[in-house]
Design a protein around this ligand. Structure first.
Ligand SMILES: Nc1ncnc2c1ncn2[C@@H]1O[C@H](COP(=O)(O)OP(=O)(O)OP(=O)(O)O)[C@@H](O)[C@H]1O
Ligand SMILES: O=P(O)(O)OC[C@H]1O[C@H](OP(=O)(O)OP(=O)(O)O)[C@H](O)[C@@H]1O
Length: 226
């Protein structure tokens, strides 16, 4: 049996259902809106597991699902050495979002990462603590800042409403996912003039432990060749 993990709600779930439907496989939620059970039609030996998008990387790595749909950002953030644990079977063409660093719009002199690094250096001397960046993407942000030799900062954990932390004075800057930019603008934040930390999109992943003829058959049915 191939267990296919799919986000249990929202746009990601709906667009995933559409993506499979375009390939002749009908996924649906069974039971009431609140019951996380699902059905698969058009493919033999595949069961649907509805999960939080954020938990799908861990379930793939643990071998509890063979296939899973989630954002590339969540796999890279949640799985150290992700390439050894999962393979990217197919980018799905939706759920596009960039992981970016943003600062208050009123920081007129802070346009790019060099400006940000200089401000972070001065900040500690002025305030007695390191400049705070609110994020849930700890691993990705740390690695990216280290690569760009920015050291004078601290991460503060924010699992939601991250753009609000600056107004609430629990952080000076944020690192979060953006797509339209509307949430940043509404919170008077501006993206640093740099390439994003990561460009993410929804992707079909396979667990490395799950390679086999049953899986190959299903991927052929979906017209994915690897
Ligand atoms: N505004 C957006 N536009 C496009 N994709 C987004 C947007 N916000 C988040 N995503 C993507 O959707 C995926 C799921 O994000 P997130 O973890 O916020 O989901 P969620 O539905 O809140 O999950 P949970 O069930 O854990 O609460 C991530 O891969 C993320 O990159
Ligand atoms: O650039 P935009 O189009 O405004 O989108 C960005 C927002 O979308 C995501 O939040 P989501 O709505 O998924 O809720 P969350 O705060 O629970 O992550 C993300 O965390 C941003 O807050």
């Amino acid at each position: 049996m191939i267990r296919l993990g799919v986000p249990s709600k929202g746009r990601l779930m709906e667009q995933t259902f559409d993506w499979f439907a375009d390939r002749g496989v009908t996924l649906s939620r069974s039971g009431s809106d609140r019951e996380y059970a699902g059905r698969v039609e058009g493919a033999e030996g595949v069961s649907l597991v509805l999960l939080s998008a954020g938990e799908i990387p861990r379930e793939l790595a643990a071998g509890r699902i063979e296939l899973g749909v989630t954002g590339t950002d969540l796999v890279r953030e949640k799985l150290a050495g992700w390439r050894d644990l999962v393979s990217e079977v197919a980018p799905m063409g939706f759920g596009h979002a960039d992981l970016i660093i943003a600062v208050p719009d009123c920081w007129r002199d802070c346009r790019d990462l060099d400006d940000f690094a200089a401000i972070a250096r001065d900040f500690r001397a002025q305030h007695g603590f390191r400049l705070r960046i609110a994020t849930k993407y700890h691993r990705l942000v740390r690695a990216w800042l280290a690569e760009h030799e920015v050291a004078d900062y601290q991460l503060v954990d924010s699992q939601g409403a991250t753009e609000g932390t600056v107004a609430n004075q629990t952080a000076e800057a944020i690192a979060d996912i953006t797509s339209s930019g509307a949430t940043l603008r509404a919170n008077n934040l501006r993206i640093l003039d740099e390439e994003p930390v990561l460009r993410s999109q929804a992707t079909l992943f396979a667990a490395r432990t799950a390679m086999g003829s049953e899986l190959d058959g299903f991927l052929r049915l979906l017209k994915i060749t690897g």
